[in-house]
Design a protein around this ligand. Structure first.
Ligand SMILES: [Ca+2]
Ligand SMILES: [Ca+2]
Length: 389
């Protein structure tokens, strides 16, 4: 491919000394206009001395065209980017790399962009899927967004002939760790996915890996990580009153609740607050998860962060129950009273291999006038929690 003075090699077919026509295909991708294709041949002493070319055709150039074998969207990026292709009209490209400085515990290849002072902050990289048939599609992936001045990772969906829709987004540093995301798509039209990173700053990186795309007739797994940035993640109010999704800036002065959330550590980050100061002493506020599929045989580990500051703050507990009431609600964890002026980590093993289950977070109002209890960053991982220590 020739653009201006620059040449990029697309394909070097292995030419056998066969006295017959061979078929070859080169992937061009969606390119900005203005390129030319060049066929060249360097004769050698040992190779064939006559080369002929015929029947050059372009395929799958329409927006809704789907090449066969383009449904390999589950990808660990160890060998290539599977059926995902680079949007060459974007200003930068995702890089497939196995550099370990992001996280030495994550072995193997992943996709990366890095912010540097040389890049325009609006530069974006896009990885695109071909349109997938209509239906219920479950998508999950791991991502890592870290740096003092870093932009945004977006998951975008598109129906052919329609504008793009932003489905999921994380902006700014998410801490130096890999996080998990899962999404559900219920589409009655073919659907295309786009993974876009916007540089957004001058220092930091955005990476993703291990994307899984599957079809189901039932429902996708419920979301396994909840930062409360965009939603309540399916949690519903229960008991006397529900909790509220708020930011530190909206905490009133008469509350001992946190001024920053746990995910971002900022006043703009969302968390879930029971706002106990506004409810009578001894009243109970609870949030209950959507119904979860039975756990693996060795259980699951629910990790969360909680904030309880001040004497008479009250009590926080975590319960497991079956949605049809077959099993009595089972208390897995609780804390009472002052736990200090910072977010603390909690974890419980969820064990329900035979029946679906729900988890309940319950706060009971203490007698401190400024009482509040908050939670943030719920994560569910397969397997029992590791022992404490
Ligand atoms: Ca990988
Ligand atoms: Ca949060």
């Amino acid at each position: 491919m020739v653009r201006g003075g620059a040449e990029v090699e697309l394909l070097e077919p292995h030419i056998r000394k066969a006295n017959s026509w061979e078929n070859a295909t080169a992937f061009i991708g969606n390119q900005p206009g203005g390129y030319k294709l060049l066929f060249s041949f360097k004769p050698s002493y040992h190779g064939p001395n006559e080369i002929m070319l015929d029947d050059v055709s372009f395929e799958n150039c329409g927006e809704a065209d789907v090449p066969t074998g383009s449904d390999q969207l589950s990808c660990d990026f160890e060998n290539d980017s599977c059926s995902w292709y680079h949007d060459k009209t974007a200003s930068i490209s995702w890089e497939r790399t196995k550099r370990i400085e992001l996280d030495p515990t994550r072995k193997g290849y992943y996709m990366l962009i890095e912010a540097t002072y040389k890049l325009n902050i609006s530069s974006a990289a896009r990885l695109v899927s071909f349109p997938q048939p209509a239906g219920q599609i479950c998508v999950s992936f791991w991502y890592h967004i870290f740096g003092n001045s870093i932009g945004t990772l977006k998951f975008i969906a598109k129906h052919p002939g329609e504008p793009e829709t932003l489905v999921w987004m994380r902006s700014g540093t998410q801490g130096n760790k890999w996080r998990f995301a899962d999404l559900t798509f219920n589409s009655d039209k073919p659907i295309q996915f786009i993974i876009e990173a916007v540089v957004g700053g001058t220092q930091g990186s955005i990476a993703f890996d291990d994307i899984a795309v599957s079809r189901t007739n039932g429902s996708c797994a419920p979301e396994r990580e909840c930062t409360f940035q965009g939603s309540l993640c399916g949690l519903q109010p229960s008991a006397h009153f529900g909790w509220n999704r708020i930011t530190g800036t909206s905490q009133p002065l008469n509350s001992s609740g946190p001024t920053v959330d746990h995910t971002l550590g900022t006043e703009q980050g969302y968390y879930l607050s029971a706002q106990l100061w506004s409810h009578p002493v001894g009243s109970r506020g609870a949030m209950i998860t959507a119904t979860m599929e039975p756990t693996p045989p060795d259980g699951e580990c629910l990790m969360f962060w909680y904030y309880m500051e001040g004497r008479g703050v009250g009590n926080l507990s975590v319960h497991l129950q079956s949605p049809d009431g077959h099993r009595k609600s089972q208390k897995l964890w609780d804390r009472s009273g002052d736990q200090g002026k910072h977010w603390r980590h909690g974890r419980v093993t969820l064990f329900s291999p035979d029946t679906p289950y729900q988890v309940i977070f319950e706060a009971i109002a203490g007698d401190g006038p400024r009482r509040d209890i908050a939670i943030d960053d719920l994560t569910v991982l397969n397997g029992a929690c590791p022992p404490a220590g």
